[in-house]
Ligand binder design. Structure first.
Ligand code: ATP
Ligand code: 3PG
Length: 401
């Protein structure tokens, strides 16, 4: 992917008095009372907005929230305004729509250094259809475009892709830049040895990532529910653990591929098993090849943690995607916690540590170690696609540097 023009290339002369449409990803989790339960994505959007405000721009923010079908009050962005205002240190105005006359009026009233948040862009079905007329209407609100919505950059939608055709320049925000620097840059040119840890529930959702990483890494550690498909492929008894019967050949071929590529592939040697899929299940540790009938593997065992830690000690760059076990249940969180702690420790010793989105980020945050890592991705699907070596439409649409 060509290097894209960054918002840092725009100076006071380019920005003062200019209306800038900024696509952010403020798709944050809300509880039943519309309280924000994790504001990471709002905090991550702040540097770009502040830069624009400091240079006298008028900022128009656009984002989606959830997957509404038409106008749905539950997915209004109103609950985000207080936190956004607090983080930016000014009163953010909010429009009840994202296009149309009322929005145009509010944009016209926006002072230099002011911020207007548009209502959920997915209230229009034209957004996800990447409808050019809708993109044109959004674009007509502004003079230039900044895309800082890394978490949505894998979607070719009107506000992430279509709009860039109508606004020049169209540049990457600081968050977008940072995500690409780590998830593309550090992965393409890693300090070696380069280790990857891949977990999560199923091998089928991680095939692309594993295959792509096998081309690049020196060490690959596998954990999570997917390991039982590998064990079964090797002829082990897996009890009632999660297995994808139609992926047994694939698991064998991935092991072969690792051998051919000279990648050190480590599967856990012991596992924590449970007599039911529940937080209060009975549990015990057994060798990975001896899971009794009626029991299921829900975490990697202590010997595996030790072996994994030793393997990671050799690495200079580490990327992690997907938990080692069912970390949502305290009893089966030890493997995931141990990886989080190890990566935090190694970060302190100068190792580049990248957490590739989704549940592994939740696990690192739960362990209170988020600020210790070199990079924590704000994108689940987007980071997965990048790790699979795919191009992201929201990035491709931006102007080359
Ligand atoms: N041994 C296991 N058996 C069953 N489920 C497991 C096991 N180990 C981990 N999981 C579950 O896998 C889920 C995470 O898998 P997933 O593939 O979504 O990972 P992820 O990398 O975080 O993905 P995404 O980025 O899409 O969120 C967790 O909810 C966890 O409980
Ligand atoms: O949370 C995400 O992964 C992004 O905001 C994209 O959301 P989507 O999967 O609904 O497109």
């Amino acid at each position: 992917m060509a290097t894209k023009k960054s918002v840092s290339s725009l100076k006071e002369g380019d920005l003062k008095g200019k209306k800038v449409l900024v696509r952010v990803d403020l798709n944050v989790p809300l509880d039943d009372n519309s309280n924000i339960t994790d504001d990471t994505r709002i905090r991550a959007a702040v540097p770009t907005v502040k830069y624009l405000l400091d240079h006298g721009a008028r900022v128009i923010l656009t984002t989606h929230l959830g997957r509404p079908k038409g106008v749905t009050p539950k997915y209004s962005l109103k609950p985000l305004v207080p936190r956004l205002s607090q983080l930016l240190g000014l009163e953010v105005k909010m429009a009840n729509d994202c296009i149309g006359e009322e929005v145009e009026k509010l944009v016209a009233e926006l002072p230099d250094g002011g911020v207007l948040l548009l209502e959920n862009v997915r209230f229009y079905k034209e957004e996800e259809k990447n409808d050019p007329e809708f993109a044109k209407k959004l674009a007509s609100l502004a003079d230039l475009y900044v895309n800082d919505a890394f978490g949505t950059a894998h979607r070719a939608h009107a506000s992430t892709e279509g709009v860039a055709k109508f606004l020049k320049p169209a540049v990457a925000g600081f968050l977008m830049q940072k995500e690409l620097d780590y998830l593309v840059g550090a992965v393409a040119n890693p300090k070696k040895p380069f280790a990857a840890i891949v977990g999560g529930s199923k091998v089928s959702t991680k095939i692309g990532v594993i295959e792509s990483l096998l081309e690049k890494v020196d060490i690959l550690l596998l954990g999570g529910g997917m390991i039982f498909t590998f064990y079964k492929a090797q002829g082990h008894k897996v009890g009632s653990s999660l297995v994808e019967e139609d992926k047994l050949d694939l698991a064998t071929s991935l092991i072969e591929k690792a051998k051919t590529k000279g990648v050190k592939l480590l599967l856990p040697t012991d596992v924590v098993i449970a007599d039911k899929f529940a937080a209060d299940a009975n549990s015990k540790v057994v060798p990975a090849s001896e899971i009794p009938d009626g029991w299921m593997g829900l975490d990697v065992g202590p010997d595996s943690i030790k072996t994994f830690n030793e393997a990671l000690d050799a690495a200079k760059t580490i990327i992690w995607n997907g938990p080692m076990g069912v970390f949502e249940f305290e009893k089966f969180a030890a493997g995931t916690d141990a990886i989080a702690k190890k990566l935090a420790e190694l970060s302190g010793k100068g190792v580049t540590t990248i957490i590739g989105g989704g549940d592994s980020v939740a696990a690192v945050e739960k362990a209170g170690l988020a600020d210790k890592m070199s990079h924590i991705s704000t994108g689940g699907g987007a980071s997965l696609e990048l790790l699979e070596g795919k191009q992201l439409p929201g990035v491709l649409a931006l102007n080359d540097a």
